[in-house]
Design a protein around this ligand. Structure first.
Ligand code: GDP
Ligand code: IMO
Ligand code: MG
Length: 425
């Protein structure tokens, strides 16, 4: 048995939550492997809508277990809010026993969020556009070997460990930024949330996942963010602080590379990005506005308007190479219905040359998109349920992408609901 991985091939918000939910019934375990509450994964079914930040998207299926892996950073306050909301909606995960949390996952402290906000404020115009959830400072403490982990909450001296780290953060805030906002309310909420988290099953995710594999159980690793936000390979420094690529599933769960099975890469029929940084195919015009309006392109976590643009093939090829993608999912094809012409960026014009890769200095030198014009389709897709109902021009678009990218599109998503999904191959 092997672990399948589902991850985003663009700059996030490709529809990972929806597709993981669709696929969940076929898996025994859904495991988040990196990121934290910077993620917002939206699921819709039976007229209900849920946005998950830290919790894996497999929680709505009776026989599927869920794991928050060691590579994830957890804000107890957000996690408690998520759990409380789900409970109110009739999904009490503690009672159901379908959520496990890795002891080695790191904790986001209230002061990590203050550091995130202060750092962004100091950067001014050049800021990353962080979600301000404390992601960067928490991963910095992890790699700096100062961090607190979920397993630490069971130790008798947890409060002292917490205080030691907070004291360090407070002195950093004072010396670097000259101010420390009041966080007493958040601190109270933090410890209340810790009490709830302590009631969940805290596990060694590396042993759990490998035991599942030995027992022949099926596992899907759920990515957050997208490949172009990867800390090593994304548009640095306009990235998040974790490895969003397949390699991140190995370190974020404790699985060996030779245990990776299918790698399911997900992309929108166009492209979006939220926050700062390069976006070669961005449309700063009415068409971009239209994509935002029709596609409801506003952040699931922060509500910020997402930047919109045409599909970017050099970026997708790069993402497919880095991840070893074996099959793809195309989402939001319905959003393009009614556009007379759509466009795909096949190359960049970069320093007078035509290139088909993402250059190192993409953040400082313009890469102008070279666009191919494609005939659009008029038909509304949101009610289609059969392959035979796919408009010819959409089929041609999919075939074009498959030929360019060399990987089959296995699923086509034509609306936010679970049922608005077609299996193509
Ligand atoms: P994620 O972060 O990758 O899970 O994606 P988000 O949930 O942040 O953003 C995707 C948005 O598109 C959500 O509002 C989904 O409900 C919605 N969505 C997903 N697939 C489709 C689709 O095929 N068509 C449309 N119109 N919306 C979709
Ligand atoms: P999902 O899982 C889109 C972006 C932020 C910012 C940069 C760094 O829903 O696809 P951070 O808070 O990580 O320090 O922000 O990364 N970002 C996302 N953009 N979708 C996400 O997650 C994102 N998570 C972080 O906007 O530009
Ligand atoms: Mg999202």
């Amino acid at each position: 048995m092997a672990v399948d991985v589902l991850l985003g091939l663009q700059w996030g918000d490709e529809g990972k939550g929806k597709i993981v939910d669709v696929l969940s019934a076929g898996y025994d375990l859904i495991a988040r492997f990196q990121g934290g509450p910077n993620a917002g994964h939206t699921l819709e079914f039976d007229g209900k809508k849920f946005v998950l930040n830290t919790i894996p998207s497999g929680i709505f299926f009776e026989n599927t277990m869920n794991l928050i892996g060691n590579g994830v950073v957890i804000d107890p306050i957000t996690l408690k809010k998520e759990l409380d909301k789900l409970k109110d909606a009739g999904h009490d995960l503690l009672a159901k026993g379908n959520l496990m949390i890795a002891k080695k996952a790191h904790l986001i402290l209230p002061t990590h969020q203050l550091l995130d906000a202060a750092s962004e404020k100091k950067m001014g115009e050049g800021k990353i556009g962080s979600t301000l959830k404390g992601i960067g400072p928490t991963y910095m403490d992890k790699t700096g070997r100062n961090g607190l982990r979920i397993g630490d909450i069971t130790l008798p001296d947890f409060k002292e460990r917490y205080q030691k780290l907070v004291d360090k953060h407070v002195s950093m805030l004072q010396s670097l930024y000259g101010e420390v906002a009041d966080f007493s309310e958040r601190e109270k909420a933090f410890f209340e949330a810790i009490e709830l988290i302590n009631k969940f099953k805290l596990v060694d995710s590396e042993h759990l996942v490998n035991d599942y594999l030995k027992q022949g159980k099926r596992i899907l690793a759920e990515g957050a963010q997208g490949t172009m936000l990867d800390i090593d390979f994304g548009s640095y420094p306009f990235v998040t602080s974790s490895n969003t690529t397949t390699a991140g599933a190995c370190t974020g769960l404790g699985i060996a590379p030779n245990k990776i099975g299918e790698v399911i890469g997900i992309f929108k029929a166009y492209c979006t990005r939220v926050g700062g940084g390069p976006f070669p195919t961005e449309l700063n015009n009415e068409t971009g506005e239209e994509l935002r309006r029709i596609g409801h392109e506003f952040g699931a976590t922060t509500g910020r308007p997402r930047r919109t643009g045409w599909i970017d093939l050099p970026a997708l090829k790069y993402a497919i190479m880095l991840n070893g993608v074996t099959q793809m999912v195309m989402t939001k094809a319905d959003v393009l219905s009614g556009f007379d012409k759509i466009y795909a960026c096949t190359h960049y014009s970069y320093l007078g040359e035509k290139i088909d890769y993402m250059p190192y200095d993409i953040c400082s030198v313009d890469a102008e998109p070279v666009l191919k014009e494609i005939d659009g389709w008029k038909e509304d897709l949101t009610g289609i349920t059969e392959i035979s109902q796919i408009p010819a021009r959409l089929s041609a678009y999919i075939t074009f992408l498959e030929n360019e990218l060399g990987v089959p599109v296995k699923y086509l998503s034509v609306g936010p609901d679970r049922v608005q999904t077609l299996v193509l191959n």
